[in-house]
Design a protein around this ligand. Structure first.
Ligand code: NAI
Length: 288
């Protein structure tokens, strides 16, 4: 695992300090291949993925599942360095090469710096998963411009920053994949989430338009629209509200991050090579 945050001052951390059984993936500065014979037949062997917001929740599950299917995974995080390292260690335990990098995706310059380091130490990516997202919920009559802008800046402009910055990698790949994590809220709206719904609906429009533009380059662009998934984002919802939400879900349960991750693996794989511009609902039947 390589962690790198400061350009030329990049450093390799010996992950053995965290887990005795972990694998060494780097020699000096450069990535070296692990023994991955057990992954030879996996769906994503030989692919390289970048997952934003990979230190916890859905992003963590996606990073781990991509690794399980043979991909090397670069994991972006905003602040939780130790959590990101633990995800990387998990991914390495199944044989993936991993790399973690702190960058706020809402700042284009930070994403560009991340790309320079990705290229140098990890290589060019084939799969981009725009997962990072935030919510700042309040009724619209109380919503200030800052709360509106912040959510749009991370959820929508962040996806623009990453997609535009890494587009040349995807154009060079024979299997380019862009997978945007939108939300059921972008499809049906939600009280108290006008800013969030607008950002996620924006991602849907972006997905469909980009799918049309990039189809001739053999890049597929799809989105996953999760319903309510058991992560920190949902844990913060008051119990009374949760009960009301559950009553609206025909399957009467919240989804699991792994259920989103499985769909990302599918869309990233050759099995989904003719699917583009699709919005895949994973919501227990809450929105049909
Ligand atoms: P979470 O809050 O547990 O994780 C979000 C991740 O994004 C965190 O690791 C956070 O550090 C990262 N992040 C936030 N702002 C960032 C920035 N500026 N730069 C880099 N990283 C940043 O949320 P969860 O539930 O895992 O959500 C993941 C995605 O799925 C989000 O886009 C969210 O909107 C979406 N989603 C989640 C649902 C749920 O029920 N949990 C439902 C529908 C969509």
């Amino acid at each position: 695992m390589l962690r790198s945050n400061e350009g030329e001052k990049d450093r390799v951390r010996d992950i053995d300090t965290k887990k005795a059984t972990s694998l060494r993936t780097f020699e000096g500065e450069h990535l070296v291949a692990l023994d991955r014979t057990h992954l030879m037949d996996s769906k994503l062997t030989g692919r390289k993925a970048l997952v934003t917001g990979a230190s916890r929740g859905i992003g963590k599950a996606i990073a781990e599942k991509l690794a399980e299917e043979g991909a090397d995974v670069a994991m972006n995080y905003r602040s939780s360095e130790d959590e990101a390292d633990l995800v990387a260690i998990d991914a390495e335990s199944v044989g993936a090469n991993t790399w973690t990098y702190r960058a706020d995706i809402s700042h284009l310059n930070e994403v560009r710096e991340m790309k320079a380091i990705v290229e140098k130490y990890f290589g060019k990516i084939d799969i981009l998963v725009n997962n990072a997202g935030i919510n700042i919920d309040m009724l619209f009559k109380r919503m200030d411009q800052e709360s509106w802008n912040k959510v749009i800046q991370v959820n929508l402009n962040g996806a623009f920053n990453c997609t535009s910055t890494f587009l040349d990698h995807l154009l060079e790949s024979k299997h380019g994949r862009i997978i945007n994590i939108t939300s059921i809220v972008g499809q049906m709206g939600n009280i108290g989430q006008v800013n969030y719904a607008a950002s996620k609906a924006g991602l849907i429009g972006m997905t469909k338009s980009l799918a049309r533009e990039l189809a001739s380059n053999n890049i597929t662009v799809n989105a996953i629209a999760p319903g309510f998934i058991e992560t920190d984002m949902v844990k913060l919802i008051p119990d009374k509200v949760k009960e009301k939400v559950l009553a609206q879900i025909p399957m009467r349960r919240f989804g699991l991050p792994e259920e989103i991750a499985e769909a990302v693996v599918y869309l990233a794989s050759d099995d989904a090579s003719y699917i583009t511009g699709h919005i895949l609902n994973i919501n227990g039947g809450m929105y049909l």
